[in-house]
Design a protein around this ligand. Structure first.
Ligand SMILES: N[C@H](CCC[C@H](N)C(=O)O)C(=O)O
Length: 263
């Protein structure tokens, strides 16, 4: 059996995408997804997504991390699957309304390869002496640092992800340098990939919200530009009564190739 797949990347966060509207795939085991995502023994990706039908929505996004386990929300993945839905002709307008692990999302296409994704509202924030924890659809530990180039993202991120506080459910870990007003550089260790990735959409969203809380709480909100190792993302949002809402994650979502998986 030959399964068609596509590869997409959004600021270097890369994904295998499969059109599973007709349920062509058998139940995928954790081991097979891990193998397809493996960069030596498979296609290679940070995650795999299935585009499926869902009543009341344009489509459903089913997201697996590269370790083969179902993930929580993936921001770059949500932007890539919107571009994929447009490519497949699933969308009749440049707008999408889809269902993901954390609930419904709206998305807007700007051309074929730039997507603005609306994220869920965020109201709960946990403060620790040197960090902030936020859930933007996925859990994110945020640490502001002076010099991001001095950070060993893999080893320092991994030590936090596996500490006693987070070990059981895990967390993504983001190191954030404020480079200018409303400009950040973010590096992320991702749970489920268990490595540094070039970019993490829910992570940069969490970093932008944490920046507002830490550095500009009494100013109006502005779009925040975020440099990741794989490119530039923008996050805009509103903040009122200790609630973030109207949160948008914006950036490129690009198809890089297609192929077939032999099953
Ligand atoms: N790369 C993703 C995050 C995936 C979330 C995953 N690592 C998890 O915690 O389940 C993003 O762009 O938001």
């Amino acid at each position: 059996m030959q399964i068609p797949f596509y590869k997409y990347q959004g600021t270097g966060n890369d994904f295998i995408l499969i059109d599973n509207r007709d349920l062509i795939l058998p139940n995928l085991s954790q081991a097979i997804i891990e193998q397809w995502c493996n960069r030596k023994f498979g296609i290679g990706a940070d995650g795999l997504m299935l585009l499926q039908k869902k009543e009341g929505f344009d489509f459903e996004m089913v997201y697996y991390n590269s370790d083969g386990n179902l993930g929580s929300m993936c921001g770059n993945g949500g932007r890539c699957i919107t571009a994929f839905a447009h490519f497949l002709g699933v969308l009749t307008t440049p707008k999408a309304y889809f269902y993901a692990a954390d609930g419904p999302h709206h998305a807007l296409l700007n051309g074929t390869d730039y997507v603005e994704l609306k994220m869920g509202d965020v109201s709960s924030v946990a403060y620790s002496p040197n960090s902030i924890f936020l859930d933007t659809g996925s859990p994110h530990h945020i640490e502001f640092v002076q010099q991001i180039n001095d950070i060993d993202v893999y080893n320092q991120g991994r030590a936090i992800r596996y500490n006693d506080h987070y070990r059981a459910t895990g967390t993504n870990v983001n190191f954030v340098e404020v480079t200018q007003e409303n400009q950040l550089t973010v590096a992320t260790y991702e749970r489920g990939v268990e490595n540094e990735t070039l970019s993490c959409g829910t992570g940069v969203t969490a970093a932008a919200l944490a920046y507002h809380l830490e550095f500009s709480l009494n100013s109006p909100t502005h779009p925040i530009n975020i440099q990741t190792k794989g490119g530039q993302l923008t996050v805009r949002f509103q903040y009122k009564d200790q609630q973030f809402y109207d949160i948008w994650l914006c950036g490129p979502a690009i198809q890089v190739f297609k192929g077939h998986i032999k099953l």
